[in-house]
Design a protein around this ligand. Structure first.
Ligand SMILES: *Cc1c(COP(=O)(O)O)cnc(C)c1O
Length: 392
């Protein structure tokens, strides 16, 4: 099997799993317990908090564990909206956010909030001037992702944040794709809130975190016990949190080498696909992108069909994002960068890990060439495309 869907999720690293196991078998006590069996879990959760805080330059009291990146995004947006009601009812985000942000915004619209969805340039970047123009006196929050999950583009969050800050507007970033892949420092970026998720950096599924800068008022999202300083109730997912900490430590340790390796593999893959498969376009900025992300649109093919054929050859990839791949809707991200619906349907996302090899990529390119060639031979829309472009 060749796994090229690391933006959807990653393999739990052996050292991460090893760190987690004792908290299922021996140290299973409730971290809220007074007895020493609870102590081990409590200590381990705090250690994970320290590691993650250190990884983003935050204080440990600014980290709140959640059950997913999705929960963190929901919490940041809904709590900020609720907490800032007095100030106004206007939020700003972009048209290329993950559905965890977009659908929370839709929910807030139903609750009487107004949301501006900033467009992006053809390379996927948000224009800071567009943000400046969109901020109003009643704007309470800006949420722009650090790196996009479909096309891998790294947004100019530092600049965007400076603009929001000038106007006294809270800034949240969905860093679920970025954390663990590229350096992230909350102080340097100047952000107020940040979401991350363990399973995108070789940690376990079902554990996320929200960074909340000291001094930011943030109502609880889940009500109950006093866990997470009373801001996020529910018995801590101790093994998961420990795994998140171990994954973050590992990611920081290997980041530079991993990024270098993936960038080389990615550029090799892009070069081969662009030179060997006609009528394909790279989606997203060529340089300002995550080390492991290669996203393409192929004229005249259905992304779904390509994926099914790749799967038959043991290759895992994705079109658009995992969350939308069940639906036949063209990706909102690809539409936002100006791809036509037709082109957006013919998209393929290949996301690498440091474990992939050049030989694997050679296999993938050969398979792709054959698959796309065959699909195009029987594709009426490909004939139309060629006619339109005056190739035939
Ligand atoms: C995966 C992802 C999420 C959702 O995280 P989960 O932990 O899977 O809920 C949110 N935003 C982005 C950018 C993602 O890639």
């Amino acid at each position: 099997m060749i796994y090229l869907d690391n933006a959807a999720t990653t393999r739990t690293a052996p050292e991460v799993l090893e760190a987690m196991l004792p908290f299922y078998t021996e140290d299973y006590g409730n971290p809220g317990g007074i007895y020493s069996l609870g102590m081990a879990g409590r200590k381990a959760v705090n250690q994970a908090r320290r590691i993650i805080a250190g990884a983003i330059g935050a204080g440990q009291e600014e980290i709140y564990f959640t059950a997913s990146g999705t929960e963190s995004d929901n919490w940041a947006l809904r709590a900020a909206a609720e907490g800032c009601r007095e100030k106004g009812r206007h939020l700003i985000t972009t048209g290329i956010e993950h559905h965890a942000v977009l659908n929370t915004c839709r929910y807030l619209e139903g609750q009487g909030f107004e949301v501006t969805y900033l467009g992006v340039e053809e390379d996927g970047l948000v224009d800071p001037e567009a943000l400046r123009a969109a901020i109003r006196p009643d704007t309470i929050m800006v949420s722009v992702m650090l790196a996009n999950n479909e096309i891998g583009v790294i947004e100019p969050v530092k600049q965007l944040c400076a603009i929001a800050r000038e106007r006294g507007v809270l800034f949240h970033t969905d860093a679920v794709q970025a954390f663990g892949q590229i350096p992230v420092n909350v102080g340097e970026l100047g952000i107020d809130m940040l979401s991350a998720s363990a399973h995108k950096l070789n940690g376990p599924k079902g554990v996320g975190m929200l960074y909340v800068r000291n001094g930011v008022k943030l109502p609880s999202f889940i009500h109950g016990g006093a866990q997470e300083r009373g801001r996020r109730a529910g018995t801590e997912n101790v093994p998961g949190i420990v795994g998140f900490g171990a994954a973050a430590a590992r990611a920081v340790r290997i980041m530079e080498e991993k990024a270098q390796q993936e960038t080389q593999l990615r550029d090799y893959l892009i070069r081969r696909i662009e030179t060997e498969i006609p009528h394909c376009r790279l989606n997203g900025h060529r340089q300002r992108r995550l080390p492991g992300n290669a996203s393409f649109s192929f004229a005249g093919v259905e992304g779904e069909s390509v994926l099914i054929r790749l799967d038959m050859e043991g290759i895992c990839a994705s079109s658009g994002s995992a969350c939308t791949s069940a639906a036949q809707e063209p990706s909102h991200v690809l539409l936002a960068i100006g791809r036509k619906a037709e082109e957006a349907r013919g998209s393929l996302r290949l996301t690498l890990s440091e474990e992939n090899t050049r030989e694997e990529l050679d296999t993938v390119v050969e398979s792709l060439k054959a698959i796309i060639g065959e699909l195009r031979e029987i594709s009426p829309s490909y004939r139309e495309f060629l006619k339109e472009q005056q190739y035939i």
